[in-house]
Design a protein around this ligand. Sequence first.
Ligand code: BGC
Length: 746
Amino acid sequence: MLTLILAAAISAATPVLREDNIPEIVSLLTLEEKAAILVGCGSTAFDGIGRNDVGVKGSAGATHAIPRLGIPSIIFADGPAGLRIDPVRPGTDKTFYCTGFPIGTMLASTWNTDIVREVGGAMGNEVLEYGVDVLLAPGVNIHRNPLCGRNFEYYSEDPLLAGEIAAAYISGVQSNGVGTSIKHFALNNQELNRLHNDARVSPRAMREIYLKAFEIAVRKAQPWTLMSSYNYINGTHASEAPWLLTDILRGDWGFRGVVVTDWGGGYDTAAQIHAGNDLIQSGSDSRYNALIQAVKDGRLSIEDVDACVTRALELIVKCPSFKGYSHSDDPDLEAHAQVCRKAADEGVIMLKNDGALPAGPDGVTALLGVTSYDFIAGGTGSGDVHRPYVVDLQQGLADGGFTLEPGLDGFYSKYMDDERWRCRMIDGNNSWVIDRERPIEAVPDSLIERAAQTADRAFVTIGRVFGEGKDRDLHYSYMLQDRELELLRKTADAFHAQGKKVTVILNVGGVVEMESWQKLADAIVLCWQPGEEGGHTVAAVLCGGVNPSGRLPMTISRCYEDEPSAPNFPRVFEDKPFNYSFYRRLEGNKKDYTVKDIDYTDYAEDIYVGYRYFGTKARNAVAYPFGYGLSYTTFRWSNMTVKSSGVYLVSVTVTNTGKAAGKDVVELYVAAPGRSIDKPSRELKAFAKTPLLQPGESCTVEMTVPAESLASWEEQCWTVEKGRYRFIAARHAADKGLKSSVRIRD
Ligand code: BGC
C-alpha cells in the first residue's frame, strides 16, 4: 500500500514543495502521505540498524519521498568522529572513505572551540560531498561513570564544556548547508539495557547537569535536528515525553528544529508524535500503520501530526537533497587529514613528566606494547568511521625520524602479523556492537633487557577500544591486565637500572585506573583515540615538535570505588557474554522495574558528578583533577579583572615564562555563596585557550559569564542566590588559582 502511494503520478496542476508554501503542501498531503514522511524507510530500505543501502550505501536512515508534491527523501548518516558510510560499493572500484577525526572526548580535551569548529567544517563538507543531508552527531551525554561504553563519543563530565564544544561542532558542520542531530536526549548514560532502563533523577540534576549541555548547544547553534534517547526518564520514555520534547526543548530553549527518535527507539508511535517527536527512525510498516490507525481511532489528533509534518518539511527544504545539490563523491581527504592532525595535536594531554620528555628523535627508541604497532583511531559501533588508513605509533615515529630498537621492532612486527588473524570478535557475530579481541602482551623478557642496554629510552603504549552496545568491563577494560602491568614493571626495572626513562602512552577511549602503576612511568601521555593521523600526532608530542596543550575533560579518580556513581551503575557480568544493549528484562513496554541498575538506575549522586563531587565532598582526593594537563613550557597569569554589566566580563593576562612556544588554557570556575542553596564548591562557567605564545610573549584572554548561568534549579525555576561569589581563574578543578569576588544584592 505504501508503495502505491509513493508511486502516485505528479499532476501538472499540483504545486511542488517550496520554502514558502509549506502550509499549502501540508494541506494537500493525505494522511497516508503524512505518515510516510514521519516514519522512515526502515524495514524495506535497511538490512539492519545503521545500514541503509538505499540512497547512500552504509548511511543510517532516510525519509520517504512524496514525488507528486516534489518532496525528496533526505539521508541521515552517523558520526560523531566523522561521517560513517560504507567505503566500497558493488559495481565500482571507486572508494568512499571518510576522514577519521579524533573522538569526541579528545575534541573536548582541546578546550578550543575554534579548532572544533574547523573539524566540524571539514566533516560537514564530507557529509555534503557524499550526498548525505544530516550527520547524526554530536553526542553530548555526560560522562557520569567511566564504564559507560559510549563515553568516547561524548565530551565531558561537565555540561558547560560539553555544551560549548558541541555548539562549535554543530556550527562547523552546518556551515556547509547540511544538518546535525545532537544526541541522545536525554540521560542515556549507560548501554546496558539502554532500550528499557529508567534513569531516575532529580529535576535539579536533570536541568543543571544532564540537560544543560543540550541547552547550551541548542541556544547557541540551533542544530537542525535532535535525537531523542532510548531510555526512560523517571518512568516516561524519552521519545514519548511532551514535558521534555515540547515544554523544555521548544518552550524553554526555543529549539526550532526536528526531533528524531533513536533508531528503533520507543514503543507508542502516537505518544511519540503527540510528544513532539517528529520523525520515527529508522521506521517500519508497523509504525506507519500504527500512526494512521491512531489518527483514525481519535487517539492522535491531526493537529499533532500536522505540527510534526510542518517541521519535517521545514527541515527538508534546507537540505542539499531538496536543493538538488550535485555532490562530487570526492571530498578533499588530504586537506581534512591535516585538520584531523591539527585537532589531535591540541587534544593530547600530558599527565606526568619527570624529565622524560621531550625525547628524540635522536638516539634509539625502544617501542613496546601491542597498541604501538596497532594504534586505535576511534571506538566501535555506530560511532566507528570507515577511515582510509591509520598511522600507528611505529609508523609515526619512523616518519618523525626516530630510530626504533630493532629487536623489539622485529618481534612486534611479526607477532602482530600473526595475531591479526588469530584475534576473534568477542561475543559472536554482530560486528556492529561487538569489539574485536586485542592481542595480549607477550614480549620476551630477554628482548626488554637487551633493549634497555642499547636503546636510549622506552615508549610503551596501553590501548583500549570499546563502543556502543555494552558498557566497559571493570577488570578487563578499566583496570590494567596482569600482562600489561608485568610489561610496565619489567620495562621500568630494566630501563631505570640503566638510568633511562620510560614513557607510557594511553591510546584509550576512556580513562583507565592509574594509581597502581603510574609510579613506574617517568612520563604519561594521554592521546585518547586521535583519529587516522594518530601516530604522527603522538610522535610530534613525544619529541617536542608539538607542545601538549590538552586538558582533562573529566576527573581521573584514584579507583573505581571512589566514583560517586559507582554504587548505582551496572557492572558487566564477565561470565555471561551476550549483547548487552538489547538485554531485555521487560516484555515490550511493560513497566516492571525490579532490578537495580538494569531496569532502573538511581542517579543518587544528584548534581555531584565528577569534580563537583570530588571538590565538594572528597577533598579533591583524585589521581588527576578535571581540567588538568602539563606543558613543555611555563605560564604566569596576572591582572585578573571581573567587570559586571549584565554579564560578567573576566580577563586574565597569560605570559609564557618558559623556553618553548605553547598554548595555555584558563578555566574560570565560580564558587557560589552556598548559604540558601546547596552548591558544589565550584563550577566551571567559562574557559579560554590562548593562541600559541612564544617564550616571553603575553596575551589577555577574555571570558563572558552570563548572570543567569549562576542560577540553580530550585522549586521548578532558576534561582540566583544572593551573596558573594568568588570567580576563580584556575589551571584545573583543584587549583587555587587567581580569585576575584563579586556580590549579588537583593
Ligand atoms: C545509536 C545512534 C545512531 C543510530 C543510527 C543507534 O543505535 O544509538 O547513536 O545514530 O543507531 O545508526
